[in-house]
Structure formats: structure tokens, C-alpha cells
Write a protein that binds this ligand. Sequence first.
Ligand SMILES: Nc1ncnc2c1ncn2[C@@H]1O[C@H](COP(=O)(O)OP(=O)(O)O)[C@@H](O)[C@H]1O
Ligand SMILES: [Mg+2]
Length: 259
Amino acid sequence: MIEISGAGQVFGSVGNGGVRALDGIDLSIRDREIVTLVGPSGCGKSTLLRLISGLVPPSEGSITINGERVTAPRQDTGIVFQAPTLLPWATIMENVMFPSTIMGRADDAARRRAKDLLAVAGIADFADHRPRQLSGGMQQRAAICRALVHDPGILLMDEPFGALDALTREIMTIELLRIWANAPKTIIFVTHSIPEAVILADRVVVMSPRPGRIAEIIDVDLPRPRDFAMSGHPEFQRCAGRIRELIFGEQGARFDVEH
Ligand SMILES: Nc1ncnc2c1ncn2[C@@H]1O[C@H](COP(=O)(O)OP(=O)(O)O)[C@@H](O)[C@H]1O
Ligand SMILES: [Mg+2]
């Protein structure tokens, strides 16, 4: 359903102080699939997500969704960034309603949906508060509600739990899987946490740096529903181990070189 074909991104002009952030990315993502993107910092994960979102056009190649070329942000896509990026002067409810408001669809059904989402996220009591009155984790939950309010078929998430403490992060990951199980949608999720990448994914896309390319795509054959207790499962360990190998190289080989 999402087809990325030969996508590349160059910032500035190459050979003249420019940066090649992505090179020859080919990836097909199925409807209702959860794909996680992992790779070292600067390998182009955020850039790839921005290309899929339509916020930035690719310098090379193409991205299509259901056969339509992506040229601008689409109404069937929701985005969550690493920082909550809420409007500081608006209430939490107004922030969550924002996508519906700008699409001219801020009706009673949308308001009911916003309320339900706030309840699921455990912040219903803060609907009339301003963002600064909430903790970082609560603000990020509001940002996730905002991305879901217009019920998009595609959810793009760029290290959405990166700023949260480890415990809240695990809870939010499982919560996201619960939301997905109730209303399956296509999710592309960027993370630098290997356990998070494995627990969420149908497939983990491991990227290599400079220029950003796909190093390997790993199928995660773990049953759903999932939880972090599965980190002892042999399939979890196989996937996590392979991702580590791809990112850090094989320990043995490195010691051979050093000694
Ligand atoms: N707007 C931009 N202008 C110039 N260079 C950029 C821009 N955005 C990203 N880059 C560069 O592209 C590369 C990939 O960045 P990014 O996609 O943010 O990586 P990641 O999210 O994997 O950490 C980095 O070298 C970064 O410095
Ligand atoms: Mg990034």
C-alpha cells in the first residue's frame, strides 16, 4: 500500500558541502503492517519519515500510497514527532482537535473521539489545561491523541517515546499496540531502542549510515498480543541479536582487529 521506490534525499548539492541523507531506498509496506526503522543517529530515519509524510519531496525516486504519488501531507496520515509540539496557548482538547479543525471537520463526532482518545491516554482530566500544566509524558500522550483524532489509516511516529522514562516508555509501547489491535492501521515507527523495535514490529528495517541505506529487513515472527515479558523468547533474541550485529558489527571480529 505504501511503495517507496529508489527514494533518495540530498540536502544542498553533493560535492559542494551538500549531504546525501538517503540513497536508493526501496520498501513496500502492507496495509495495517507495523514497520519499525532503526539505525545509528544521522542515518536518515527522520528524513525517510518526512518523505513518506509528504512534508518534504524526495530528491530522487518516488513514494506512492494506494497508487497515488505523495506530493503533500495527506489527510489519511497522522504524524507524531519526538517532541510533543503542542500549541502552548491552546487547551489540550483544542490541541487534540487541531487536525479535525483545520480539515473543517470539528463536529460532535470528532469531539467525542477526542474525548475517548484522551480517556484511553489517561489524560481526560486535563482536557481544559494548557500544555505547560502537563508533564512531558502527558504532553506526548496528547500529541499521540492529536495524530489519531481524524482516524488516519497511516501513523508515522518519529521516536515518539524518546523523551520518556523507561517505565512510561514500555507502558506507552504496549498501549500503542492495544490501540492498533482495536483499530489496525499502518504504522511506521522510528526508534533507537532495539527491544521497542522488535516488540512492535511485523518487520524491522535496519538502516546503515552515510548515505542512509537499508542494511536488512528482519521479519519478527512473535505472536500477538505482545508484551516486554517476551524479551526472553528465542525469536525476540534472534531478532534483537541480528539488529545489534548489523549496527555494532560482530564483537568477535572487532576484538580480532584490536588484539
Ligand atoms: N534540513 C536539512 N538540511 C541539511 N541536512 C539535513 C537536513 N535534515 C537532515 N540532514 C542531514 O541528513 C542526515 C540524516 O538526518 P536524519 O534523517 O535526521 O537522521 P536520523 O533521524 O536517522 O538521526 C544527517 O546527516 C543530517 O545532518
Ligand atoms: Mg531522527
